[in-house]
Structures are given as structure tokens and as C-alpha cells.
Write a protein of this length. Structure first.
Length: 204
């Protein structure tokens, strides 16, 4: 794991080690487990905060990523965390009245913004955006970057989840844009149809 989720795994492993030694059956062991849980994921729920008001969270392990070394890892990461998005918006500068563009997005909590910056360097395109809600996003929206980097990457290192279907639809819209058919009424209608069945629309 290259994200901060590795810290959660290491804390989780400490809990398992305590349980294997039967220490969870003792008062001290139970307190140690609650202290570990307080640092895991989103921390303690309210009911445990009330039950253990003086608990001190364990220190989270420090996780540092020195670089992305495998496109296979990147494909797996994208399987779980990415979005292939088709954006259509009103435009006064386009003869059809609409602009269509593609976006490849990888979202993470702000604590993993360093990893997204490494990803930005690895692919040498796109940019990292941090919002006011504590989320960071790696976004590729330039069409030449989509066509020359993003699409070839996942053609060579295929996605394994249902997101593969979104990728294929994404590629289909890219072909429509490349052929300039998105500037026609028929092309826009085709894109609308594809877009309606992507991502959450696929399961609605």
C-alpha cells in the first residue's frame, strides 16, 4: 500500500497481534485495542468515546511514498479510486451550442495529496486540486493528455473491476471527439446516450 491506508493496516495488525496473544481478554489489552481503534480510519464512534472518555489514541505509523514504480499498481489503484467522466456544458463558442470534454479523476483524502503529486509527476500530465472539504483530486482534462497518456495506459494495463466498462465508454466518446462528430446533433445525442449509462447511471 502506498497511501495512508497502510498506517491503518499496521494499526489493524497490532490489534490482531494482541488478540492472538489473548490480551484482548484483559483490561489492559482491551484499553490498548481501543487506543489503536481511536487512530484507525475515522476514529472512535460516539458510543466508545463515552465508554472510554480518557482514552489516548496511539500514534499513527508514518507512511512515506518515495515514488510510483509499477503501472500495475496504478491500474489497481485506479480500479478503486478513479472516475472516467464525460462533461457536457453549454458553450457560446461552439457551433453546436455545447462543449464536450473528458476528465480522468483520482480522488483521495487530503492526507494523500503527496501521493497524488507523485502520480502527477509519474504521468507527466494533469494537475492536483485541493478543495475546502479536505479532499484532493488528480485531474487530467486536456484532450491530448487523455488520448496519448490515459487511454493507452489502461489499454496496456487493463482495469479488472466494473470500472472497465466506464473506461470503454470513455474511449468511445474520445473517438467521437477525435472524429469531430461531437460538433453535430447526432454526435451529441450519441454522447448523451453513452454518458447516461456511465458510472452511477450504469446501475440505475
Amino acid at each position: 500500500m502506498l497511501t495512508q491506508k497502510r498506517a491503518d493496516f499496521l494499526l489493524f495488525k497490532q490489534v490482531i497481534d494482541l488478540m492472538l496473544r489473548k490480551e484482548h481478554l484483559t483490561s489492559k489489552g482491551l484499553l490498548d485495542i481501543v487506543s489503536l481503534k481511536a487512530s484507525l480510519n475515522l476514529g472512535l464512534p460516539d458510543v466508545l468515546k463515552k465508554a472510554f472518555p480518557n482514552i489516548v489514541p496511539k500514534d499513527r505509523p508514518v507512511v512515506e511514498c518515495n515514488g510510483i514504480k509499477s503501472p500495475h499498481w496504478l491500474a489497481g489503484f485506479a480500479d478503486g479510486e478513479s472516475c472516467f467522466f464525460v462533461e457536457k456544458c453549454v458553450s457560446k463558442t461552439h457551433s453546436s451550442g455545447y462543449q464536450v470534454r473528458l476528465k480522468f479523476i483520482l480522488s483521495q483524502d487530503i492526507r494523500d495529496v503527496a501521493l497524488l503529486n507523485l502520480l502527477n509527476n509519474y504521468l507527466n500530465c494533469g494537475k492536483v486540486i485541493v478543495d475546502s472539504k479536505g479532499m484532493s483530486r488528480y485531474v487530467v482534462r486536456k484532450h491530448s493528455d487523455i488520448a496519448l497518456t490515459v487511454i493507452p495506459l489502461f489499454a496496456k494495463y487493463p482495469l479488472q473491476s466494473s470500472k472497465l466498462a466506464d473506461y470503454k465508454d470513455f474511449c468511445e466518446v474520445a473517438k467521437i471527439i477525435d472524429s469531430k462528430a461531437h460538433l453535430t446533433k447526432e454526435g451529441l445525442e450519441h454522447i448523451d446516450l453513452i454518458k447516461s449509462g456511465m458510472n452511477r447511471g450504469r446501475f440505475s
